[in-house]
Design a protein around this ligand. Structure first.
Ligand SMILES: *Cc1c(COP(=O)(O)O)cnc(C)c1O
Length: 467
């Protein structure tokens, strides 16, 4: 039963069974609870599990997978407004299915030149969207964290002679923690990371950065890297990218832009305006599994001068001697830490070609409109305080009745099961955070979300007053 190479009939049968499962899943998304985390320790059962000696019928396994997946936060549904939603485009799933079935080796160009070129073409197109020069290059990773690590390693190889204890990098308190993690992995110590103060809108204070860099130079340090965030994780705020870029150029620093969340918005006119200055970056990371609605597992690194990526990563082995070398389409294995990889481009290429770029543009524009609308609605509520006008699609909200009321509100909002939001700290105070980003989230659910938040604000005000 269940051979490793199933015949045609078995393939169809399995595919039908999987499709029935995924179709039922997608059909159920709009009514599924926004969160259904296990209350009992169901997950413990999985820890001691071992696969059986003899196979199991696929439907039984699909049922078990379905149950396990259902006891989770509904990250694929329209009510998911926490962290960074991306519902997971079905067309991308199909692209990934093709990539895995064709199983082409794309680590080196000589094994599948056209699929490798297709991915390079996509990266070049992304580079043009961000305004990078034509000799920019990049690599598709599993997410922004790995892309950031690759970027920092590249910058370090390009600008420093390692080890260099005098080197310093500049971030703000809003910079994503993957930067500190990348610094740790690449061997920097915590005191080599400088936290630049921010202005009242949580954007990098450029004068403060300049003063810090000057002070560090006087102290014999070697400032070399500065990060501008294009849509912070906590509040969605965009740093003044043009000013950071100018400062970096004046000071000879590598300018890294973390556009993990904001990057996709470059396709829209408003996004292009908001991200202006990103074209001066030495490296950019962005996450198609955020603002391009892809399923999890897709990040992109773009580097202004592709040669720097190659210089930082190229390696060779005798066993690779048969393979084609082409300067125009470098091996992906020379642009990052990985060798063996499937076609990671197809999961982006297929959706972009199937739907067309304009479909993404209008969908992202819709999210910008929805976030702005929700901002106006919530700001008008006397019980609520919306802290910042959204640069993109993240809203940060508090109860005017105080922090306890905000915590209570947070619990009540998520207890509705219709939406799921997350929280953050702004100036050390508990704050509710909503992000409109899923391709499955439309006006109806955002209206419902606004009503839920207002209602919770109303009730918690009363509850706190009675306390
Ligand atoms: C999500 C995020 C990251 C990390 O990206 P992963 O894809 O989760 O590795 C980095 N920076 C910002 C601003 C993010 O929002």
């Amino acid at each position: 039963m269940n051979p490793l190479e199933p015949d045609r009939a078995t393939r169809s049968e399995w595919a039908d069974q999987v499709l029935a499962t995924t179709d039922a899943f997608i059909a159920g998304l709009s009514d599924a609870p926004a969160s259904n985390l296990p209350t009992a320790d169901h997950w413990r059962d999985w820890l001691d599990e071992a696969p059986p000696e003899d196979g199991t019928a696929l439907p039984d396994l699909l049922a078990r997978i379905g149950v396990a997946a259902s006891r989770a936060v509904e990250t694929a549904g329209p009510g998911y407004l926490a962290y960074f939603p991306a519902g997971g485009l079905y067309s991308s799933v199909l692209g990934e299915t093709l990539a895995q079935t064709l199983n082409r080796f794309t680590g080196v160009v000589g094994m599948a030149p056209e699929l490798v070129a297709m991915e390079h073409g996509l990266l070049r197109w992304f580079g043009r969207q961000f305004g990078l020069p034509s000799d920019a290059g990049g690599v598709v990773t599993t997410g922004a964290s790995v892309a950031t690590l690759t970027a920092l390693h590249t910058a370090r190889e390009s600008r420093l002679r390692w080890p260099d204890e005098s080197a310093t990098m500049y971030v703000t308190a809003q910079t994503h923690h993957c930067v500190a993690k990348a610094a740790r992995i690449t061997g920097f110590t915590a005191d080599q990371i400088r936290t630049v103060p921010m202005d009242g809108e949580l954007r990098m204070d450029i004068d403060a950065a300049e003063a810090m860099i000057a002070r560090d130079r006087r102290a014999g340090r070697r400032p070399f890297w500065i990060v501008g965030t294009a849509g912070s994780t906590s509040t969605g705020t965009i740093d003044p990218l043009s000013a950071v870029g100018e400062l970096a150029r004046r000071e000879g620093l590598w300018f890294h832009v973390d556009a993990a969340y904001g990057g996709g918005f470059i396709l829209t006119e408003r996004g292009r305006e908001a991200l202006s200055g990103i074209e001066t970056a030495d490296s950019i990371v962005f996450d198609p599994h955020k603002s391009m609605f892809l399923p999890y597992g897709t990040g992109v690194l773009l580097v202004r001068d592709r040669q720097e990526l190659v210089a930082a990563h190229s390696a060779d082995g005798d066993y690779l001697q048969d393979l084609l070398d082409d300067p125009e389409i470098p091996d992906f294995s020379d642009l990052g830490p990985e060798l063996t990889r499937a076609s990671r481009g197809l999961r982006m290429w297929l959706p972009l070609h199937l739907h067309g770029v304009d479909r993404f543009r209008s969908e992202l524009d819709e999210k910008l409109d929805l976030a702005r609308w929700a901002y106006e609605e919530l700001s008008a509520d006397p019980n609520l305080e919306v802290l910042l006008r959204p640069d993109l699609t993240v809203l940060v909200v508090r109860a005017r009745a105080g922090e306890d009321a905000t915590r209570l509100m947070f619990e009540e909002v998520n207890a509705t099961g219709r939406i799921f939001v997350s929280s953050t700290q702004v100036d050390g105070v508990f704050t509710i955070r909503l992000c409109v980003l899923s391709h499955r989230t439309h006006r109806d659910r955002v209206e419902e979300a606004v009503a839920i938040v207002r209602d919770a604000g109303d009730r918690t005000k009363v509850a706190v007053a009675l306390d």
